[in-house]
Ligand binder design. Structure first.
Ligand SMILES: Cc1cc2nc3c(=O)[nH]c(=O)nc-3n(C[C@H](O)[C@H](O)[C@H](O)COP(=O)(O)OP(=O)(O)OC[C@H]3O[C@@H](n4cnc5c(N)ncnc54)[C@H](O)[C@@H]3O)c2cc1C
Length: 397
């Protein structure tokens, strides 16, 4: 693997760096620096800047609005956005349902939904998991019964991230109760403003409203909102999950995370020396950095495979496991650096709190982030399930 960037790639990197420096929304930077919770508008503000530039969906085919960048350019772009601490774009439209629609959708579905995903006009959520159907997703029970030119959907979804903001959701529903589990499922696009949909918040350990329960009570969905064939939705579901897992590795943002931890540990005093001089802490940072470098090369190999026309396969499970573990270890190191200053903010620093946080400015986010990041080994298919996939599909056990 040639790891040196060419002069053209360096010029591209500089172009991206300058663009971010000149266009990243100032109010967003301010909120991130303060550790404030971000609103829908905040997330959309960066999305819109990239959409206007034509850079919001680098991996999409050019005909649907992608950039046509090489794999290396895509890598540089994600490195630069992480390096500049840009927020991550919401994945539900851009990296989940978008690719499903341009791969399996009808010409009408492509023409309608894809431009709205790119512009940020539609905010999407993912209605896969149900109470009792998470890892064993194919056991899902939300049912859709055909009634003329529409389906009537009844059931419950759970853990639906950011559904409180969503205009649309992509849902897995059972359309044939008599078929074998995977064979009776369809993939529906549902307008979240449809009568019969109720979204209820679930507040997580860190005090955040990020996930929800979604109840569907006789929701009417036009048959034209089904992607791909009836009862063949599992094909779309699996395709989407493999794409989801690659993005989940979060290599570029973890690299930035390590830099931050090192900056903190270089200034925080432990006894009479900086924390980074403590051999036990230093060793943990070094081990994490080595694991991250190894993960980065694994991701580069996957990207190189993609460039050669190979879709993400079971190896994406390795990226998911290692990437999520590293994300968690990073928050553990940050919380360890904060020590007792992390403790008063286990439930976050709420909106409207007008006290100045005690301790260093960065410390009040460490406990909520530590709790929040416990999710990474659960969502996107839990790490135990990824290990099962590796055992079966990669190792042939
Ligand atoms: C923060 C967060 C956000 C999420 N967002 C969404 C979303 O937007 N949309 C959505 O549809 N879902 C979402 N999910 C749901 C997520 O996909 C599920 O939580 C996940 O698939 C695990 O399912 P479960 O919670 O039902 O746990 P279970 O499947 O009940 O698993 C419980 C435990 O048993 C283990 N386990 C289960 N089966 C096996 C097995 N065969 N072998 C070994 N171990 C096993 C699991 O690894 C886990 O540790 C989100 C979850 C979280 C935590």
């Amino acid at each position: 693997m040639d790891l040196e960037f060419s002069p053209e790639e360096i010029a591209f990197r500089d172009e991206v760096r300058t663009f971010i420096a000149e266009n990243y929304p100032a109010q967003l930077r301010g909120k991130q620096d303060e550790g404030d919770e971000l609103t829908k508008e905040d997330f959309l503000s960066w999305h819109r800047v990239l959409a206007k530039k034509g850079w919001v969906a680098p991996a999409w085919p050019v005909e649907y609005g992608g950039t046509g960048w090489t794999v290396t350019q895509r890598f540089i772009f994600s490195e630069e956005t992480a390096r500049a601490d840009c927020i991550r774009l919401m994945p539900f439209g851009l990296t989940m349902v978008g690719p499903v629609i341009y791969t399996f959708g009808t010409p009408e579905q492509k023409a309608h939904y894809l431009p709205r995903i790119l512009s940020g006009e539609d905010w999407w959520c993912q209605g896969y998991s149900e109470p009792g159907s998470g890892s064993d997703l194919a056991s899902l029970r939300t049912k859709a019964e055909r009634d003329g030119d529409h389906y009537v959907v009844n059931g419950q979804k759970t853990w639906t991230t950011m559904a409180q903001h969503a205009d649309w959701g992509f849902f897995l529903v059972r359309t044939d109760p008599d078929a074998k589990m995977q064979e009776g499922i369809s993939f529906l696009l549902i307008d979240m403003k449809s009568p019969g949909i109720e979204v209820r918040p679930i507040i997580t350990l860190g005090g955040e409203h990020e996930v929800n329960e979604v109840f569907l009570d006789n929701v009417k969905v036009p048959v034209s909102n089904r992607v791909y064939e009836e009862n063949k939705g599992w094909t779309c579901a699996k395709f989407l999950l493999a794409h989801e897992r690659v993005g989940i590795a979060g290599v570029a943002s973890s690299k930035r995370g390590i830099e931050k931890v090192k900056e903190i540990a270089a200034t925080e005093i432990d006894g009479d020396k900086p924390l980074l001089a403590n051999p036990f802490y230093r060793r943990k940072v070094a081990e994490l950095e080595m694991d991250l470098t190894a993960l980065e090369f694994t991701e580069l190999r996957t990207l190189a495979g993609e460039a050669a026309g190979k879709g993400p396969g079971p190896e994406s499970s390795v990226l998911k496991i290692k990437g999520s573990e590293i994300q968690q270890r990073l928050t553990e190191l940050a919380l360890e650096a904060a020590g007792h200053y992390g403790a008063p903010y286990f439930r976050g620093f709420g909106e409207g709190d007008n006290e100045h946080p005690i301790g260093p400015d960065w410390a009040h986010r460490t406990a909520p982030s530590y709790y929040n990041m416990r999710k990474t080994t659960i969502y996107g298919g839990s790490n135990e399930i990824q290990r099962n996939i590796i055992a079966k599909m990669v190792l042939g056990l």
